[in-house]
Design a protein around this ligand. Sequence first.
Ligand code: GLN
Length: 380
Amino acid sequence: LLGADGSPAPTIFAEMTALAHRTGALNLGQGFPDHAGPAEVTEAAIRAIREGVNQYSPGRGEPDLLAAIAEHQRRFYGLDLQAEQILVTAGATEALAATLLSQLRAGDEIVVLEPYYDAYVALAALAGARIVPVPLRAPDFQPDLDELSAAVGPRTRMILVNSPHNPTGTVLGLELLDRIVDLAHRHDALIVTDEVYEHLAYDVPHVPIATRPGAAERTLSISSAGKVFSVTGWKIGWVSGPARLIEQVMAVKQFLTFVSGAPFQPAVATGLRLPDPFFTGLRGSYRAKRDLLVDALEEAGFTVTVPASGYFALADAAPLGLPDAVAAARDLPERVGVVAVPLSAFARSERTDLRSILRFAFCKSDAVLEDAAARLRSLR
Ligand code: GLN
């Protein structure tokens, strides 16, 4: 977790955002929206502050937010949750931290899809656990069933699922979800699922693994308000699952932050209760942004994987004569004024097959994306 000189190594997202500030380039690196969330939601937070919701919230989360999370899981997925099965956290990040730190012991193995979100490996390291990666490869970035099965064994304590997936946009189909449930049963492993992009699946509706037969009893599901309400700075997340596991997660969570974000909690409850057209509208708007960016990247000469979900598109820069994405990511801001993230930041160094691929975020206003598209075309 530390750089060569012993100081904290900046995350790839912080590094690339700093590069964007330094060069004045358009920041398609770090995944955060440049537009405000729904007014009902942001106004509800302002109202809560005015009305005095400014002190510690209950340890488990505001009861009305717990109720809204349960309603949301019932409305979209038919899942039935009691309040004791839900814990509100400081973003999905704290839900992941408290889950991994409470469930993993030194020497345990945790199976993750690679490339992976950077926090997974850092948190596994803090818990002393060993990452067992299941490679996702171009062009479709789907896991191979045999490789998945081979990764799970007697030392596997946890299978960490992330669908919709950052950074590839991969959505796991039912066959894969059921194979994961089966493997978890056979090896008595927990399933942890990071579903922060649940409302951004463009082709088929998102299926939480907890809805699959035999899964709920051993699954901890994690999500967050950041993406769905475009409020990544609010850091309100949640984890749900069997009450006895949630107790254990809470035992750790209470000493990480205790509680957080009191006035944002009622606002997120308001958001989770927005009518269906909000959620379909969000998805449609991001699908159009995806298409805009993918077209521009293809016209610029990249080989692009059209993402089925999420905020990001992967683009192979090799056809442009740029075989090293780390060098390309450093060069593009000066050359065309666009920042992207090298995919290698999400994988072990031996994944040389990912070396020439860049991740571009499209969670930006159409004006910014059109400007980026014009700049990228100048690469041609
Ligand atoms: N999740 C966002 C991304 O993948 C940013 C997260 C962060 O900055 N830690 O780009």
